[in-house]
Design a protein around this ligand. Structure first.
Ligand SMILES: [Zn+2]
Ligand SMILES: [Zn+2]
Ligand SMILES: [Zn+2]
Length: 148
């Protein structure tokens, strides 16, 4: 089943109620998944969990909207895969002030936001940071517990 990005205009005019309902459903389903997850989720993981509710393109569109709306942030994992996690401290639209570290587990491959851990750094003159991705790789708490 295909579903598309919420179109504000069709929502206002009420021309396409069926589609709007489905789109809103996709948006809330994706947001709920991300909010309920303790770890960051990649797009394929989200698609898998949605069980065929939405196609890949729709999921990317919804994710873009959620990023713009300041509800989620994205993290590039050590393997280059983009992951998405809920925002906990965004106070500003389009300005994801996420300088916290992310932990990438080499055993379960899960990526966790460490909201409390914020590294400090200073750049040489003439360099201007736009995005920062701090990722530590190692073994997460869950995997260490199961190894005991
Ligand atoms: Zn954010
Ligand atoms: Zn792990
Ligand atoms: Zn994070």
């Amino acid at each position: 089943m295909k579903c598309q990005l919420i179109k504000l205009r069709t929502f206002v005019t009420g021309k396409s109620n069926m589609k709007t309902t489905r789109n809103t459903a996709a948006r809330s389903a994706i947001l709920e998944l991300i909010n309920d997850s303790n770890v960051a989720l990649s797009q394929p993981a989200i698609q898998h969990k949605l069980n065929g509710l939405c196609d890949r393109v729709t999921i990317y569109r919804v994710l873009d909207r959620l990023l713009d709306d300041g509800l989620i942030h994205k993290i590039v994992n050590v393997n280059g895969v983009v992951n998405y996690a809920a925002c906990s401290s965004c106070n500003h639209k389009h300005d994801h002030g996420h300088e916290h570290i992310h932990f990438s587990c080499r055993i379960c491959s899960e990526l966790t936001c460490l909201d409390q851990v914020v590294p400090s750094f200073s750049l040489p003159e003439g360099f201007q940071a736009e995005e920062t991705f701090f990722t530590i790789s190692g073994i997460c708490k869950n995997c260490q517990d199961t190894q005991k």
